[in-house]
Design a protein around this ligand. Structure first.
Ligand code: AMP
Ligand code: MN
Ligand code: MN
Ligand code: MN
Length: 298
């Protein structure tokens, strides 16, 4: 690993590497919370947010692992909430939330039941397409964590329907395909409200990955800002330089703070914790007012 400080010269705290979007086995990540925090330390990440899909179940185990080994890592309590906006599935990350706050607990309980109902319906639709046991298979692979389309994809690869996860999405799980069930996720307003009530900041996740035209992306960001949203992700590891510059310009235009995160799910050659995460000049980082006690646990 090369010295990361050279990649983040414009940050106030140039020697702290922030990765504010990651997944564990509590949803569709492949690493346990314990393994994820160890890997973050190996990758020189100093501040890590765990943001599992519609669940905060991995946070306590991660915090315990950090404390037990006295790891040089700050944990930000996070979550990635699936929402529905204008018939698009938009992911809203919450950072610095209190996972035990009733507003968050209630919203995530609702989202969990929606996930289960959708997954059962996906199972039925795939069964009609002569793919047996998908719901049971996905549930087994989710190992008591939040059940996602990624688990269905792994099951279909396991039974030999496709060679890769990407193929499964393309053929069966993408919008409009046999196994796709239109979800009933909460609204953006509901996600922002639960995040704010539980003391966190609301962040639009990976704005470049929704297949939105520039016009619609601007509409989304304007709407999010108008509803009191706080920030948007500007930096990820798989982006062209133009995309990052463009997103930074949008953050300024819509008066949103800027966040950065790998969206790490598993060890692989193209995405890594902390990799290529830096913010262009001219944006304000989402962590600008963070203090040790308010947002970050050790
Ligand atoms: P869900 O929240 O249940 O709709 O599942 C979405 C998750 O599936 C995402 O968070 C990704 O981890 C994964 N996913 C979505 N699209 C793809 C794709 N084309 N290839 C691989 N994984 C994907
Ligand atoms: Mn995922
Ligand atoms: Mn996402
Ligand atoms: Mn994610």
């Amino acid at each position: 690993m090369t010295l990361l400080a050279t990649e983040t010269p414009e940050l106030g705290s140039a020697f702290t590497l922030y990765d504010l979007h990651s997944h564990t086995t509590a949803s569709d990540g492949y690493l346990t919370p314990e393994a994820l925090v160890s890997r973050a330390v190996e990758m020189r990440v100093g501040v890590l947010a765990i943001t599992d899909h519609d669940t905060t179940d991995g946070l306590a185990r991660a915090a315990q692992a950090i404390a037990a080994q006295n790891l040089p890592l700050h944990l930000v309590n996070g979550v990635e909430i699936s929402t529905l906006w204008e018939n698009h599935e938009i992911h809203i990350v919450g950072l610095g939330i209190d996972p035990s706050h009733p507003a968050m607990v209630d919203l995530l309980a609702l989202q969990t039941s929606l996930r289960i109902e959708r997954a059962q319906e996906m199972g039925r639709r795939l069964e009609k397409a002569r793919i047996e046991g998908a719901w049971e298979g996905a549930l087994r692979l989710a190992q008591n964590g939040a059940v996602t389309r990624a688990h269905f994809a792994r099951y279909l690869v396991e039974i030999g329907k496709c060679d890769t996860i990407a193929q499964v999405f393309k053929k069966y799980l993408a919008k409009g395909k046999t196994g796709y069930v239109p979800p009933h996720w909460c609204t953006i307003e509901q996600a922002i409200a639960a995040i704010h009530q539980s003391g966190g900041q609301a962040v639009v996740a990976h704005p470049g990955r929704y297949d939105l035209s520039t016009k619609w992306l601007k509409r989304l960001l304007a709407y999010f800002a108008e509803q009191g949203g706080d920030a948007m992700e500007v930096a990820q590891c798989q982006q062209g330089p133009n995309e990052r510059t463009q997103l930074a310009a949008f953050a300024r235009d819509y008066n949103l703070l800027a966040s950065q995160g790998s969206d790490f799910h598993q060890p692989c050659s193209w995405i890594e914790l902390g990799r290529k995460l830096w913010l262009p000049a001219g944006v304000e980082p989402v962590w600008k007012d963070w203090t040790q006690t308010a947002t970050i646990t050790e």
